[in-house]
Design a binder for this molecule. Structure first.
Ligand SMILES: C/C=C/C(=O)SCCNC(=O)CCNC(=O)[C@H](O)C(C)(C)COP(=O)(O)OP(=O)(O)OC[C@H]1O[C@@H](n2cnc3c(N)ncnc32)[C@H](O)[C@@H]1OP(=O)(O)O
Length: 650
């Protein structure tokens, strides 16, 4: 049986923007790569693009090897038979036309080794159709990368009708091995997971525009400023190309909104053609403003998207987790539609769909069986305890990963990589919930870090600012206080951007260690606000009034070396030393006397806001209590016996 470690050579067919991006990822991931296109100049252009990109990544220290080492693993070819002759994995990224793909797969099947897995990067064609051009349909799978592959983290691993579990699992593991996030698409549905839900985001707005129920600016402003999406539906359509969505619809015989049809007929395809829903060449381009929001029916679009998500779950195409990860990573959505549905209330969503169905005779408003079933059973979302997700026992954590090891180290990783681990309301709540619910007896030390290699956290999620109620934005303070008061030592392990709420979380921790190149700062004044998670006060106590004022007023950002000089971080260390130095700190904390450390934390924190006399009294009292503990006895005995103490926290 083939395992991921038996994959040595990856051949990528097609050196266009997807193909060369995939080849680059594979080479960075340590694989020998052949990239093939039909003509020398195409394949050379693809290689040049890889070279440029890999050199940039190497310059920025974002790859572990030198550019030469990575590029040394790539060879270019035009002969298809040669290119696949020793491949273990072939990834096809040729033009999106079924005939071309079928021809390609048929030739690959003939020339590739019998064991080779054949993958297609198609975004809209059927994997089963493509696989049927081969004599090994069980070894054919979809690997749908997003554009640009080097930047986008998501890959959809799609089953064709005949794809074996072994093939899909291998493809999934291979994606993980190149540091991307795979999700399974268990059935070969048109649009897979992400586009099934994402396309209605644009399409519903286009239907409304066709019916004169919105303007372009109203729709875009509402979805961005009220609902927190990174782009408005028309902005996104222009950005991706209006013809793409058009073909997506017409390929599956679905009706296309008249405004989209009209744009395609007039060759107004969006940004790439200079004109689409906005005018780029002769106009201002994207020109919506916050005040344009307010009249667009945002629930109508979201209800259709949530209905699609329910269809995917109900038909066993994907789980709610996979759908939500897909939309966050593939669509840069602030949260997945299953989670959003659970927050809106699935009864509200169903009611909306039913009223739309009554008003318009359109299939897309017909509630899916799964959505109806959930509502009928009373599982209407978070408030009901269950919806797409079950919140009753061990509610899910979507934005943090955590684990307590045998030594009692609670690692909490902020994980919203697609937005540089910026903190959404949910992330704030999850940290708060975890630290409140966890049994502190199981924990000796807490370590916060950020997922990925770019950020600890870039701050609170700015896209939520205009959508949230101001009172809710202020609520973030509770989480910082929970962290600050947690009765065990806390460490912020900072690698990359640590801004706004990111540094506020770190300031709520007891100790901060950062890589030298990390960026530390309080940019809130650039957004017209001030720090809201404690930075004005915690910095004041840490670095004094003058520096705090300068930092806050000027919205300063600087590297960790300066942050160390100013006393904001305890240690700024090189990348190579980072893990070891952090490990040393954590080792000391977990082996320290828990009761004494708890007392020290309390006395230091409470004492700083008391008079010296009162604070010294607190210290004296704590010392006296600690002098009666078993841990003190153990410490003294270990000293006498010249051995390391083993504190039990008694
Ligand atoms: C109470 C607390 C208040 C606060 O914390 S206020 C927030 C304070 N923080 C900030 O103002 C920092 C905002 N972010 C930035 O300035 C930049 O990012 C960086 C300088 C940190 C990095 O720039 P680059 O390397 O060019 O990355 P990128 O393309 O800007 O970011 C990647 C994706 O992450 C999203 N993102 C980054 N930070 C935030 C954030 N704080 N809130 C929401 N989204 C954020 C971006 O938009 C983008 O997303 P896409 O790929 O969809 O374009």
């Amino acid at each position: 049986m083939m395992t991921v470690s038996s994959i040595q050579r990856v051949t990528v067919l097609g050196a266009g923007s997807m193909g060369h991006g995939i080849a680059e990822i594979a080479a960075i991931g340590g694989y020998d790569v052949t990239i093939r296109d039909i003509e020398d100049d195409l394949v050379e252009e693809g290689y040049d693009n890889i070279e440029w990109s890999v050199e940039k990544l190497a310059e920025k220290g974002q790859v572990d090897e030198s550019a030469d080492e990575i590029l040394g693993r790539i060879e270019t070819m035009t002969d298809l038979a040669d290119a696949v002759s020793d491949a273990d994995l072939v990834i096809e990224a040729v033009p999106e036309q079924l005939e071309i793909k079928e021809d390609t797969f048929s030739s690959v099947d003939e020339h590739a080794p019998d064991h080779a897995i054949l993958a297609s990067n198609t975004s809209s064609l059927s994997i089963s159709d493509i696989a049927s051009a081969t004599d090994r349909p069980d070894q054919v799978v979809g690997l749908h990368f997003f554009n640009p592959p080097v930047k986008m983290d998501l890959v959809e691993v799609t089953y064709g009708e005949a794809t074996s579990d072994e093939t899909a699992e291998l493809a999934y593991e291979w994606v993980e091995s190149v540091d991307k996030t795979p999700i399974y698409v268990r059935k070969d549905v048109h649009g897979f997971v992400v586009n099934t839900v994402l396309v209605p985001f644009m399409e519903e707005a286009a239907w409304m525009l066709s019916n004169d129920e919105t303007t372009v600016q109203e729709a875009d402003a509402a979805m961005v400023y009220e609902r927190g999406y990174p782009m408005g539906p028309f902005e996104l359509n222009d950005f991706g190309g209006i013809d793409i969505g058009y073909h997506f619809r017409s390929e599956s015989d679905q009706s296309v909104p008249p405004v989209v049809e009209e744009k395609v007929e007039n060759d107004h395809l969006g940004k790439k053609s200079g004109k689409g829903f906005y005018n780029y060449d002769d106009g201002d381009g994207v020109d919506y403003k916050p005040e344009d929001a307010g009249r667009y029916d945002t629930l109508r679009t979201e209800a259709v998207m949530i209905n699609k998500a329910a269809w995917l779950v109900g038909n066993d195409v994907a789980t709610p987790e996979e759908i939500d990860i897909g939309l966050r990573l593939g669509g840069s959505f602030p949260e997945g539609m299953c989670r959003r549905g659970d927050r809106i209330g699935l009864d509200v969503v169903l009611e909306k769909l039913e009223s739309l169905s009554a008003e318009y005779d359109a299939e897309r408003y017909k509630p899916t069986d799964y959505l109806v079933e959930l509502v009928e059973e009373g599982w209407t979302g978070e408030d009901a305890g269950k919806g797409f997700y079950d919140y009753r026992v061990d509610p899910p954590y979507h934005y943090i990963n955590w684990d307590v090891d045998d030594d009692g180290v609670l690692e909490i990783e902020l994980d919203r990589q697609e937005r540089l681990n910026s903190m959404s309301d949910d992330m704030f709540m999850e940290i708060d919930r975890l630290l409140t619910d966890i049994d502190t007896d199981d924990v000796r030390c807490v370590v916060f870090s950020g997922a990925g290699d770019k950020a600890f956290s870039s701050g609170a999620d700015i896209t939520g600012f205009t959508a949230d109620d101001p009172a809710e934005i202020m609520d973030v303070d509770e989480m910082f206080q929970t962290v600050y008061e947690f009765p065990r030592p806390t460490v912020a392990k900072i690698d990359g951007f640590c801004l706004g709420a990111g540094i506020e979380l770190a300031l709520a921790c007891d100790i901060r260690i950062a890589t030298e190149g990390s960026t530390i700062g309080t940019p809130e004044t650039d957004l017209g606000v001030i720090p809201g998670g404690g930075a004005t006060q915690r910095l004041l106590r840490l670095i004094g009034e003058g520096r705090t004022k300068e930092m806050v007023y000027r919205g300063m950002q600087f590297d960790a070396v300066q942050a160390e000089e100013w006393g904001i971080v305890n240690h700024a260390v090189s990348d190579d030393e980072f893990d070891d130095r952090a490990g040393e700190i954590v080792d000391d904390l977990v082996s320290g006397p828990p009761v004494a450390l708890k007392a020290a934390k309390q006395v230091i924190q409470d004492g700083q806001d008391a008079s010296l006399e009162v604070a010294l009294g607190m210290e004296k009292q704590a010392f006296a209590v600690l002098a009666t503990t078993d841990d003190m006895l153990e410490g003294v005995t270990a000293f006498r016996q010249n051995r390391e103490p083993h504190f039990e926290g008694e």
